[in-house]
Each structure stands twice: as C-alpha cells, then as structure tokens.
Ligand binder design. Structure first.
Ligand code: HEM
Length: 117
C-alpha cells in the first residue's frame, strides 16, 4: 500500500511539474499565454491530490485543514486558467495579474505541501 501511495505522490508531482513547467516556458521568454498543457497539469495534480486525500491509514492522521487549503488554491488556479483562456479566445491579452497568479499559486501549493506540517 505504501508503494502504491508513493506512486500516486509521483503522479501528483508529475502534474505539478507539467503545470509549473508549461507556465515557466510562457513566463520566461514565452508569449505569456495560457496553454492546453497547463490544464492537463492541473488536472493530473488535482486527481492525484484527491486520491492522496483519501484516508490511506498508513501515514498517520491526514491534515484536512492543509488539504482543504490546497483544494481551494487549486480551484483558484483553475479559475485563473479559465479566465485567461476565455480572454485569449476573444483575441485579448491575458491580464498580467491572472497570468502571474497561476505560477505564484502553483508554487504556493507546493510550499503548503512541504512547509505546513
Ligand atoms: C497545483 C496544485 C498542487 C500542487 C503544486 C501540489 C504540490 C504538492 C507537492 C510538491 C507535494 C509533495 C510533498 C511531499 O513530498 O511531502 C504534494 C503532496 C500532497 N498533496 Fe499536493 N499539490 C497540489 C494540489 C493538491 C490538491 C488539490 C490536493 C488535495 C485535495 C493535494 C493533496 C496532497 C497530499 C495529500 C499530499 C501528500 C503529502 C502531504 O500530506 O503533504 N494536493 N503536493
């Protein structure tokens, strides 16, 4: 069971890498656009995160305040991706606050995962 849980953590980290990596490509030297791959990264991190939030019963009690906070942050990232891509479809630029929030909130969720014990 522990190995299975660690595999889900790995998938969760791949989702994080896909989301943050695709955002970083756009942020640094890119066109600061929202790309499809960002949605996939968020989806992978979200599904694996929810699976990790199930009571596996091996790692002690789960910190539901922390997990709930991460879920709220994930939903805000999803909203920013939605707002940004809607603007793009109308031929407008992604507002810079929306674009930067995606990266900042992604790092925030990784920081919450690691620093909130
Ligand atoms: C953009 C969204 C997210 C990012 C960047 C992210 C990032 C991370 C990272 C880096 C870890 C590894 C921490 C470690 O090795 O201890 C982790 C673990 C974990 N994440 Fe996420 N996460 C995200 C969303 C979520 C969501 C939505 C949930 C649940 C609803 C969640 C639940 C968990 C759980 C339960 C763990 C297991 C280890 C722990 O308790 O800290 N994550 N996450």
């Amino acid at each position: 069971m522990e190995t299975l849980r660690l595999i889900v953590v790995l998938v969760h980290l791949i989702g994080f890498a896909v989301l943050f990596g695709s955002w970083a490509v756009q942020a640094f030297g890119g066109e600061r656009k929202i790309t499809r791959i960002m949605d996939y990264g968020l989806l992978i991190a979200g599904v694996a995160g929810l699976a990790l939030a199930a009571p596996w019963g091996i790692d002690g009690p789960l910190n539901y305040a922390k997990i709930g906070t991460k879920l709220v942050v994930l939903l805000i990232i999803g909203a920013m991706l939605g707002i940004g891509s809607a603007r793009q479809k109308r031929g407008q630029a992604v507002p810079s606050a929306v674009f930067w929030l995606i990266g900042i909130l992604t790092v925030t969720n990784a920081a919450i995962a690691l620093l909130w014990r």
